[in-house]
Design a protein. Structure first.
Length: 385
């Protein structure tokens, strides 16, 4: 099987990640972090703090206590958005967003928080001039993805950071598609809040995510419960990282994600980007030679996520994915990719898009075999035998 659905999750992980999770459980030495002063609890606390330190280093966060462990990017984004905004506030987001951003925004809108979405141009890039056009007196934040999970087009975070600084707005980024492939240094990029998943290009276990703060921000707790401290207070703590970490933490997941982030650090962004760019260019150059295939987004752009979305003739994206899986042993993602607004903008609401996404575990040979399969499907779609 050739696995090219890494934008959904990296199924192939470094061996160190699996070993770290196994040892965290099999050692029998990790208790409940921050729930006691005995050796088992302290050992778990140290592993959680180690996770914070590694994440802080990877994302350029000055204080490890500004890192919170969560269950996913969706978990992170919900806690951040619902812990920040109140009726009367206005948010600017974009049509590139995943439902992990859109659905919390819809919920907030029903509670009196308003938002607008910036559109895209013919190449799938954001119309940056619309940020100024959509800003209003009540605007408090810009919330954007770092890259489209459908086309792979990246967002100019530096440009949006400057816009937010100029207008004293919070800058909140969903880094799910580029964390681990691009250097998302929150200090250098001026990001106030970075939310991301752990199970994609950070190579951590599923069920992990994180929140990284570029500066101190006051949040209201979305979930309340045990925090291991201040137990006689009726209100859940509003300080980092406790405000986002009600209940027992996923210590084995944090240990595995720590190993995944170390793998990224050891490879280094230069090597990761060089490898992923080579795979993407090989794929795109091959696709451009195959008739009856339409690619979405600005795929020849220098800074591009390791994601390519395409369609073959009039075939539904679901049929293409099924044929690739059953006849060629290739795993890809068809459909709407939980990103409805960009499909509406691209005109692919009915057909969907077939998404190919790469990781450091993919090879040039796998790309060659995939191109052969697409060429065969192109002939099939065109009625050529």
């Amino acid at each position: 099987m050739i696995y090219l659905d890494n934008a959904a999750t990296t199924a192939q992980k470094p061996e160190a990640v699996a070993r770290a999770v196994y040892e965290a459980i099999s050692s029998g030495q990790l208790g409940n972090p921050s729930r006691g002063a005995h050796d088992y609890s302290l050992a778990a606390f140290r592993r959680i703090y180690e996770f914070r330190e590694v994440a802080a280093s990877l994302f350029g966060v000055a204080d490890p206590l500004r890192i919170a462990i969560t269950g996913s990017a969706t978990d992170s984004i919900n806690k951040v958005l619902k812990g920040l905004f109140k009726p009367g506030d206005h948010i600017i987001s974009s049509v590139l967003e995943h439902n992990s951003v859109l659905r919390p925004l819809y919920q907030l809108k029903s509670q009196g928080v308003d938002f607008d979405l910036v559109g895209i141009d013919g190449k799938g890039n954001l119309r940056y001039e619309e940020f100024d056009e959509l800003r209003q007196p009540g605007t408090r934040a810009v919330v954007v993805t770092s890259a489209s999970n459908v086309t792979g087009n990246t967002v100019d975070l530096a440009k949006l950071s400057e816009f937010c600084r100029r207008h004293e707005l919070l800058f909140i980024v969903d880094g799910s598609q580029t964390a681990g492939t691009d250097d998302l240094n929150v200090e250098d990029l001026g990001i106030d809040v970075l939310c991301t998943t752990g199970h994609k290009s950070l190579y951590g276990p599923q069920g992990t995510g994180l929140i990284a703060l570029g500066r101190a921000i006051n949040f209201s707790p979305v979930f309340s419960g045990g925090s291991g401290a201040h137990s006689f207070e009726r209100e859940h703590p509003s300080t980092m990282p406790d405000v986002f970490e009600a209940g027992t933490l996923n210590t084995p997941g944090a240990v595995g994600l720590t190993a995944g982030m170390r793998y990224v650090n050891e490879l280094g962004y230069d090597k990761i980007q060089k490898q992923l760019k080579a795979l993407r260019n090989q794929f795109v150059d091959g696709i451009l030679k195959i008739p009856n295939v339409k690619i979405y987004g600005e795929v020849k752009k220098e800074n591009h996520a390791p994601v390519v979305g395409l369609n073959i003739g009039d075939l539904s994206s679901s049929e293409v994915a099924q044929l690739l899986n059953e006849q060629f042993g290739i795993a890809v993602r068809p459909g709407a990719h939980c990103a409805p607004k960009i499909h509406e903008a691209l005109g692919t609401k009915e057909q969907g898009i077939v998404r190919f996404s790469f990781s450091t575990f993919n090879t040039s040979h796998e790309i060659s075999e995939t191109l052969k399969a697409i060429n065969e499907l192109s002939k099939y779609a065109g009625g050529i035998t």
